[in-house]
Design a protein around this ligand. Structure first.
Ligand code: 1CP
Length: 353
């Protein structure tokens, strides 16, 4: 039996009281850290970094060594799943992710492989096992995947996008083909998250970065429906693993997200946590939601905004402090440290003892 030393994150996810608000940071291992840039340079490119367990473990631990965080998050990417489905992921210098073989036509979708994560994504499971060993139960490890909708946008566009021309053509032109694609991604993702849990991930998060580009009706049909499938499937196989869902720009759908049976919902900075809490009725924990841009500000400003976030949630046990989205690469790590210390300093007042 393992017993984690710092249980704050798992306690909040499981609705147990904590002495202060736990904090971790979306993209906490990344380009704002000089030690990350150094390791990435040594690796040569992002995919080598992510697919070499020793290196993935090293960068996962860097923010844990530097800061007093309450969780580690596996260093990987949501796009390793489509890579394993045969799309050929690569990163063009300074241009973000790209696929050699995007999935455009119904024929492409029919031919897509549904890989076995235990073999094709074995490097991720090896990284999870190594990280757990190195963490030595100091803090819990978060495993993750992209939502089927968000992963599909990259697969169909072939890269990041501003206008989503191809996926919207598919959505309004051949809905059945899109559903087949989403079903294939969802079943691969379910197997992938189960494998991460079996390898040692202690909680799981699903990132739906692009759900917010959909109409309310399309969000239900093409994004939430497939996240619901993931939650339901994980509940069948791993009843007690806590699950967090995050739809960026999904503030108006928080009650629907909370009804999936997940333990926590990520909230971006466009919503006041007071409203998010009223909408979800304490049925779930809320994770968020400092604007990462605040970290460009002065210490006085950072402290004021951290307090504002804590106060907007108010007294209660179900808040996980985080940014409203990933940290930017230009942010000064000293400001991150100051933010974390401020959460440690100010948050006990919002807890019972
Ligand atoms: O070093 C580099 O140049 C690569 C930058 C980078 C990093 C640090 C990429 C490429 N991926 C990652 C790691 C990553 N990606 C993590 C690691 C764990 C941590 O948080 O510390 C996670 C959770 C992700 C998830 C991810 N990748 C998402 C969902 C969350 C989010 O931030 O919205 C998305 C949309 C991606 C795609 C992706 N991968 C990388 C980039 C630059 C992008 C975004 C592309 C775009 O803007 O469309």
């Amino acid at each position: 039996m393992h017993s984690i030393k710092n249980t704050r994150l798992l306690d909040v996810l499981n609705n147990k009281p904590v002495d202060r608000t736990p904090i971790w940071i979306m993209r906490q291992a990344g380009r704002y850290l000089p030690e990350y840039l150094e390791t990435r340079q040594r690796a040569g490119d992002f995919m080598t970094l992510a697919s070499t367990p020793d290196l993935a473990c090293e960068v996962t631990l860097q923010p844990i060594r530097r800061f007093s965080l309450d969780a580690a998050i596996l260093f990987s990417d949501i796009l390793t799943v489509p890579d394993a489905m045969g799309l050929g992921l690569y990163f063009a210098a300074g241009e973000g992710p790209r696929f050699k073989n995007p999935t455009r036509t119904p024929e492409d979708i029919k031919q897509l492989a549904t890989p076995d994560p235990e073999t094709e994504l074995r490097y991720v499971m090896d990284a999870v096992r190594l990280i757990r060993r190195e963490l030595n139960d100091s803090v819990p490890l978060i495993g993750f995947a992209g939502s089927p909708w968000t992963v599909a946008t990259y697969m169909v566009e072939g890269s990041g996008s501003k206008e989503y021309v191809h996926i919207k053509k598919l959505m309004y032109g051949d809905e059945n083909a899109l559903h087949l694609l989403l079903s294939k991604i969802a079943s691969t993702t379910i197997a992938y998250l189960r494998a991460q849990a079996d390898a040692g991930a202690q909680t799981l998060m699903v990132f739906d970065t692009w759900g917010g580009i959909l109409t309310p009706r399309a969000y239900q049909a093409f994004s939430l429906h497939y996240m619901q499938k993931i939650v339901t499937a994980l509940r069948e196989s791993h009843a007690s693993i806590p699950i967090t869902l995050f739809t960026k720009n999904g503030g108006m759908w928080l009650p629907d997200i909370a009804r999936t049976g997940c333990n926590a919902v990520g909230v971006d900075w466009t919503v006041d946590l007071r409203d998010a809490r009223a909408l979800t009725q304490d049925r779930v924990a809320l994770q968020g939601n400092l604007d990462p841009g605040v970290l460009y500000g002065s210490r006085v400003k950072i402290k004021e905004e951290v307090h504002r976030v804590l106060e907007s949630y108010g007294a209660g046990e179900r808040h996980i402090f985080n940014l409203g989205h990933g940290i930017h690469q230009y942010i000064d790590p000293d400001n991150v440290e100051f933010m974390i210390e401020t959460v440690h300093e100010l948050s006990p007042a919002f807890h019972a003892d």
